[in-house]
Design a protein around this ligand. Sequence first.
Ligand code: FES
Length: 576
Amino acid sequence: MKKSYEDLRSARWFAPDDLRSMGHRSRAMQMGWTDEDWHGKPIIAVINTWSDLSPCHHHLRDRAEWVKRGILQAGGTPAELPVSDFAEQMLKPTSMLYRNLGAIEVEEALRSHPVDGAVLLGGCDKSTPALIMGAVSMGLPFIYVPAGAMLRGNYAGEKLGSGTDVWKYWDERRAGTIGKAEWDGVQGGIARSYGTCMTMGTASTMMSIADGWGLCLTGASSIPAPDAAHKRMAAASGRRIVDMVWDDLTPDKIMTEASTRNAVTVAMATGCSTNAIIHLIAMARRAGIPLGLDDLDVIGRTTPVIANIRPSGKDYLMEDFFYAGGLRALMVELGDKLDLSTLTVSGKTMGEEIAEAKNYQDDVIRPLANPVYHEGSLAVLRGNLAPDGAVIKPAAMDPRYQTHSGPAIVADSYAALKEIINDEDYPMTPDHVLVLRNAGPQGGPGMPEWGMIPMPKALLKQGHRDMLRLSDARMSGTSYGACILHVAPEAFIGGPLALIETGDVIEVDIPNRSLNVRLTDEELAQRRAGWVAPAPRYERGYGFMFSKHIEQADKGCDFDFLRTEFGAPVPEPEIN
Ligand code: FES
């Protein structure tokens, strides 16, 4: 049923003929607003993650104007609210430390202001989950506007992919096969426009996931940031949110178990970033859907990787993906692996949204019969080293490590790790397993992207480009290699990873999803008795609160008190 003006949330601020509402109206008039702006029309928050230090979101100040144009065209009133920029490359020690803080910021910005719906502008890695987690917890109708990927990189006529090629050329520089001039050429050519990383890294994965979930105009996630279609999409999103408010199309009607399975299936088919696992779990749980690691593994086992985009694919980048038909075409190829009856923000079903879509280049978006990788790009491993799970991306590693056992070389910190990987004469073979611990949610802190441990110089010198690496950290979605990540529970809180020693034999069996250390329960118990917990990372400030409330990777690294089932729902603010 359509809402009336009296039903609007913002009317509680502006409609009554009383002292407090007069204050709201007079202060709105102070900004140049009139009765026309608040009476009889929804007020739409435009949540913007633009900043001068966010290269991926550099165009969002402009795109907010296109969103506002759309809102005005449809008879709403836009109100832009800035939030954190979530700038992946700039925030230290890691933007992951701030994802939940950002989600709180979004939720409370929506709750505390006189707004009826929201348009969320973001795309750089943590911004998408933070925006969606916050908006879902608030529960107002919202539509997500993905920032879109930047143009393909270029150096000396070669296509460059964000992150992926930086790692590749860095290994070559450390191996001495390229010099400073080539390295500077890569630096100047790898990021040629605004927009997010243009590999299928965390940003592109998360934008695609939101799209598959039905949270943006279908296909919006594939539009490159500099394409004129991106502006048109932003304006169309502004027009659409106004109707979503009148129709009361709240997120619980879109984020169902079926649409969550679609989102996971899309993630797997894109060859998604390992980070997506943490964010998928966190976002689903905010929507009251108890998604777990094993659910992801089950869908992963039956979903081939069909997006031939680096780093899981070889030749192509997000710009190529768009020209091939983008996410709509990928969903057409997935066919009955998706539930096409799910609702999207447009008010139509996913099936209606992709009815006209076509795959224009079947080497970029492969048919199911000719995948890039035969099953999902992510595998969940368990065993005595990771009782609560660990993840690996088999599609982007040397297949020789699918089943492997080898002696551990253990580093307790990133500083200790650097000494090992920079020592050309460190005694090691490609059979060794390099372990970094104390880099998890509490230990990092914030679970930094240290999990793609750079290849040790000693092995690069021998001509090797991959080895098995193991940590409780995350890695960038643009990374690749035989890296086992997100080991839970983490070492810092006494997970089994804390107990292993250099020389212990690590056993990995990806087809059978196992990760063990060759030690008996008695040996592990003996070591545990002698384990001393490290000193807390923080004694005050936000980090202190973070350490007290952060959950482990298998639960999505949300704060415990933000979970849907934690206490009674937050009430609407009193207006008096
Ligand atoms: Fe922003 Fe990669 S740094 S998307």
